[in-house]
Unconditional design. Sequence first.
Lengths: 339, 626
Amino acid sequence: MTDTSITPTTQPGDWASDQEVRWCPGCGDYSILTAMRMLMPSLGTEPHNTVFVSGIGCAARFPYYMNSYGVHGIHGRAPAIATGLAMARPDLDVWVIGGDGDMLSIGGNHLIHALRRNVKIKVLLFNNQIYGLTKGQFSPTSEIGKVTKSSPMGSLDAPFNPLAVALGAEASFVARTHDMDRQHMMDTFRRAHEHDGAAFVEVFQNCNVFNDGAFEGVTKKQNRDANLIPLAHGEPIRFGADGEFGVIDESGCARVVHTADVSTDELLTHDETKHDPSTAFMLARLARGPFEPTPIGVFRAVRRSEYAMASTRQLAAAQQKQGAADIAQLLRSRGTWYV
Amino acid sequence: MTDTASRELPLQEIDEVIIRFAGDSGDGMQLTGDQFTSISAALGNDLSTLPEFPAEIRAPQGTLAGVSAFQVRISDFDITTPGDAPTVLVAMNPAALKAQLHNLAQGGALILNTDAFNDRNLEKAGYSSNPLDDGTLDDYRSYPVPMSQITRDAVAEHGVKPRDAERSKNFFALGLISWMYTRPVEPTLEFINTKFRGREQVINANTAAFKAGYNFGETAEIFEAHYEVKPAPLAPGEYTNVNGNTALAWGCVVAGQLARLPVFLGSYPITPASDILHEMSLKKNFGVRTFQAEDEIAAAASAVGAAFGGALAFTSTSGPGLALKGETLSLAVSLELPMVVLDIQRGGPSTGLPTKPEQADLMMAMYGRHSESPLPVVAPRSPADCFDIAIEASRIALKYRTPVIVLSDGYLANSSEPWLLPEVDELPDIGVDFATEFNGTNEDGDGIFLPYLRDPDTLARPWAIPGTPGLMHRVGGIEKEDGTGNISYEPENHQLMVDLRQAKIDGVDVPDVEVAGEADADLAVLGWGSTWGAIDAAAGRLRDDGHRVAHVHLRHLNPLPANLGDVLRRYRAVVCPEMNKGQLCDLVRAKYLIDVEHIGKIDGVPFTTGEVTAAVRKRLEELAGS
């Protein structure tokens, strides 16, 4: 997976801006930031060709901490800002950073449309299942019944499953990782970067102030064997300390089984390139929440026409057909007469 | 032609005619009007057009809601409006007659498709008796013509199904009007051949219908004369006929060339602005990227992103869309990035009157964002001026790194006028330089880039685009420290930045306003945007009557021209016709403490020359009596 042909021209430190990082001590955002800074030198890109775009929220402060170009936009609109940027400048590496409120609540519309268009932006959704910057209201990924300042008797809202939303929006690249595993984050972000199209990565991210331990059931070291299902392309889906568990397709639903109870060829073989998203969707919905076996890794990576490049091809085709830009001709295109 | 062909009707020369074609949405009235306009333009008449269509795409046939109309005024003198009242009304059915008759000038000519005046259509139009014979039309000159029947007969030999035959009747009407106003037939025959290329039957049917209409005028003994409108003394040169939306779209495309920047348009379809998106989408050979966004907010946000990337970015919309873009424009104000917003104003509030003009977004353009969020506002005064205003808005946006709002409206958008084409090499160079070098040093003496270090003259910040080595920087909506652009919550810094953002916009180089008419007139008519034509014509009429009237018209609304206060103070009275409840009046009163008097009209129909004339005359009489 790691491309060893790239000789890094930068060091992780070159990607750190001079700005003091101001997340709460212990926030999961720190480990994501570190993973990103450590990954960047090996991607073969330069800080000046990289742009981080964000909306509003704790996660959205991310661009300030990367020594690249950056836009800290307005709430929810980062995918739309990034779409305009990626269309105008297909040469750039454009990353979009946001939280669950930013991307799935106020900006849900922009997220799904950016994904369906398949514009070359890399969307990292830091999911902490809570509103942090506004100090602790339930978010669109909070579980039903969540007691918060704005839901003292428990939230009535059924949550979004971010991966299911992305798959439903025809995203060509869908993955999940978590803030307790730097290497897994780096591997996943690298795959997103390599993808020629819109990439969507959900990052389980701990908010230690307002929703501490939300993902512990799956991300804590001692729970990982039992509850994290690492997806590997072309491999049967198994997990557990000794691979004692597996996932089968039971009439269109993913179900966890003891591998001892089934034959190996009954296990689902992971195929991230499958164009039909049904299996990926089934896997995305395997866990009801971060307290039972949950797949991580790349769910889907399929090839589809990239939007900005398709737009560039139209410009070239138009030039071929209509000729190069000619103002005098434009002004006469509807017919003229002389007085 | 029959033996009556030798009948010689007198040819009368007239200085102008205002024709309104009215029919069902599906009757092709816009096409008919457009073609009549084209022929007249080629003949050298001055002209002005005003299309009027229903908001519904296909309202039920034969109903008042489905009436579509096109007014064209042609003249042998210089005109600035499509005319107050048509002198000729072509009504293709009872609904068209009912909806439009009140517009027709007293004694005007009515050309009626009598075949459509059956019981069913009369009932749909809400007529309890037939207006053709109940005296309704006594004050007009009526010319009843069985258009449907003659058209059916004329196209019969071309094998057109009877059901389709009638679809050619708009060409019959065009033929008849072409005869009445002695327009040549060849351009229309060519037009039919081009427009319907590859559809032989349609070409034959429309050609036959057009000729039938022309011959009917010549042979049917119902017309007393036919008419001629001689060419107008327009400035010599090459002309084209444009409407405001086309001119605006071309202006945006050309602005990109003049700035040597790729053009980006983020837009969400909305009446009456959609044609800008359509037109610019056709200009991809100019490197124009158009993006049909998922909503108005994304349209504006994508433009912000493209501007950050170094494009000349536009977003086009109408009032409801501008409201949605407010927060994003506030971001653009804070990021200090160049972009241009095209607001084609329509009637409101809410959905309001989507196809009708209004000038009631001025306050929203000025102040419709949270907090102190100043930005320049400009407004075109005529369809052709839309081209220049797009370039001017782009120039300001680029020079000062600011979003600029252009306030056009549904009237300018769709009406057209002859446009003397500019010399391409005389168009302004509006290019600006991107930052490529460090512009400061840190405490160690190393070069650094300060994204908010301003140009001392313009107060514009440097525009460093991604891809430029060494100039990596972050911009955001949080208050920025002067110079570095780093996040800052310092009280003094916020005061400074608010003041700087305001000073930058206040300092935009806006030309002095020019006064049309006598400098020492008694009264000035102040206007902005699309009222220019009506005010100009009204002021002309009043001057002809011996009144001393000046016309002061604003293309720049923020900042206002530096001389405006001094200019307006010269007059005993200043009146301001606006299609709103007095928004420019309020701005000017607040800024200059000048008692500008509002002349309002918000009925979805542009001011007529007569309305402005009457209102101003009344005020002049009061002045004379005081």
